[in-house]
Design a protein around this ligand. Structure first.
Ligand code: CA
Ligand code: CA
Length: 295
């Protein structure tokens, strides 16, 4: 790829904006100098590169990591404005570095000493789960007695607490949301239960035996749309109305429509243009595998 296949934006800590005249051919250089008031921006210099090639999200990520640093992370609306400023040169859609990691689950009881020396996770998902229906299933319930299903956190189910002092598992037959269930368990016991060892699963099965519950909350959950490709965190989002919707349960990567600059979750295998950046990243773990993003 030659240098004329992408335009370059350089972000620096000053306030003026300079736009170079458009050159013949495909080469366009935008030199945009941004305000020092961007307090949420990482303090380091970043160059953003528009890559005028159609690739799916995973290919785009690989390309950015090979030629630059990674797919772009958007930290605030000013950055979004910056990207939008290139809209006349975009076909329509571009990939951003944000994706929905369906398999990045956390346990509510993560830090408790109960699990010291026992990191093995004992997970059995029900068939086709986790499916994150409507991009709205971020908490995990046991379905029946043995299989896990991601469910909307606002759903009300009975729940399983773990009590470390008596080493017991308590089925609370009150229907609560996942957060309410977690609060209850932390108040009266230790936490929502984990299922990370075989004997733990046996105990839970015994506890549920004959209860007849269809779903019961356990302590597994994940942060929706938290991970960016470069492993940094940004709380800024700019979703289009009713997005993300995970249409047909296949949308795990984020695209931006150029003119309104709004974000849409989309199938990762669509071929779109994309932005890469060059620069330091705060987290050194920039080469982690995203194999699970291939859909
Ligand atoms: Ca589900
Ligand atoms: Ca969508």
């Amino acid at each position: 790829m030659g240098d004329n296949n992408y335009a370059t934006i350089i972000i620096m800590v000053t306030i003026s904006v300079v736009q170079m005249p458009r050159m013949e051919g495909t080469c366009l250089l935008l030199l945009l100098l941004l305000s020092g008031g961007l307090s949420t921006l990482p303090p380091n210099l970043k160059e953003h590169h528009f890559v005028n090639q159609l690739m799916n999200w995973t290919e785009a990520q690989s390309y950015c990591r090979e030629h630059f640093t990674d797919l772009v992370t958007v930290y605030n609306s000013d950055i979004n404005q910056l990207l939008r400023s290139m809209a006349p040169n975009l076909e329509d859609w571009v990939w951003l570095g944000l994706y929905n990691d369906r398999y990045s689950w956390k346990w509510s009881m993560e830090g408790k000493h109960f699990y010291v020396g026992s990191t093995h996770e004992f997970l059995i998902w029900a068939n086709g789960q986790p499916d994150c229906v409507n991009a709205n299933e971020y908490c995990v319930a046991l379905q029946g007695q043995t299989q896990m299903d991601d469910r909307p956190c606002g759903d009300s189910y009975p729940f399983l607490c773990y009590n470390a002092s008596s080493t017991s598992y308590i089925l609370v037959m009150e229907s609560r949301s996942w957060s309410e269930a977690q609060s209850y368990c932390r108040t009266y016991h230790t936490d929502l239960t984990s299922i990370r060892r075989k004997e733990e699963k046996s105990n839970i099965t015994l506890t549920l035996n004959g209860s007849g519950v269809q779903y019961v909350w356990i302590g597994l959950y994940r942060d929706p749309w938290a991970p960016w490709s470069d492993n940094t965190t940004s709380t800024f989002t700019n979703w289009a109305p009713s997005e993300p919707n995970n249409k047909n349960s296949f949308e795990y990567c984020v695209s931006m429509y150029s003119m309104p600059g709004k974000w849409y979750d989309a199938r990762c295998n669509y071929k779109l243009n994309f932005f890469c950046f060059t620069g330091e990243v705060q987290n050194t773990n920039t080469v982690r595998s995203c194999h699970h993003v291939k859909h």
